[in-house]
Ligand binder design. Structure first.
Ligand code: SF4
Length: 235
């Protein structure tokens, strides 16, 4: 697996996109809300269970087959045509392309809330901070197979926490070890507004995983997310 994002030319006013589509938010605090997704291509991590490897795994995918450059004004027009009040900017790791994110978030206007899904390893630039209504930060645990210093970047976590509009969502594969690791991260970095969500690419796995985290999460005062898109088979 290529551990680094493929270099690409930054062209002002454009984004390297994997896909865009209209659906319902499938996970996290806004689960069930109708929205549009703008999935940016490229990632700076290489999680073993990643369900969007077409955004970064160039051993499996050809970048030219699975990503394309889009003019940001074109994206803004598409969002307006969809007539939604929520836009989710996701990836991959969209924060690799913050200038494009900033232009997009500014362009959709105040009637469209902006949610960003990020792995929490890159701090937001000031001009982007005020344009984002909700940061769903998903720091990766040891279960991702990624080394600690690559997946946990304290200044980036602090900057996202300081926005006052961040929640932290952790993907769980094993309740005992993962909950212990999440607890350590919460204590170390003073994280607040915690969500836990099962890993899984089948309805059976997601249902079993959600059942497994239900009680332990309740005991710790954390929130639980399912994966609606996996349960329904939609994207
Ligand atoms: S951070 Fe997200 S997109 Fe990147 S490899 Fe991990 S799960 Fe996949």
């Amino acid at each position: 697996m290529n551990p680094l994002p493929l270099p690409f030319n930054r062209v002002e006013g454009t984004a390297i996109l994997a896909e865009k589509f209209e659906s319902f938010q499938g996970e996290g605090p806004l689960t069930g809300q109708r929205c549009v997704f703008c999935r940016f291509s490229r990632c700076n991590l290489t999680c073993s269970w990643c369900d969007t490897k077409y955004t970064w795994d160039w051993a499996q995918y050809q970048p030219t087959d699975v990503s394309h450059r889009v003019a940001v004004p074109e994206l803004i027009n598409w969002v307006a045509e969809c007539d939604v009040d929520l836009m989710v900017i996701t990836g991959g790791e969209p924060m690799i392309q913050q200038p494009a994110m900033t232009a997009l978030a500014a362009g959709v206007g105040e009637d469209v809330r902006v949610q960003v899904e990020t792995n929490g390893t890159l701090a937001p630039v000031p001009e982007l901070v005020d344009l984002v209504d909700l940061w769903v930060v998903s720091p990766k645990l040891a279960n991702s197979g990624v080394g600690y210093s690559r997946r946990i970047v304290p200044p980036a976590l602090a900057a996202l926490q300081d926005t006052g509009r961040a929640v932290f969502k952790f993907i769980v594969t094993d309740v005992a070890s993962d909950f212990s690791e999440i607890g350590e991260l919460i204590d170390t970095f003073g994280l607040k507004r915690i969500w836990v969500m099962p890993e899984g690419d089948t309805p059976e796995k997601v249902l079993a995983g959600t059942a497994a985290i239900h009680e332990p999460a309740l005991e710790r005062g954390w929130n639980v997310s399912t994966r609606l898109h996996t349960l329904t088979g939609a994207r």
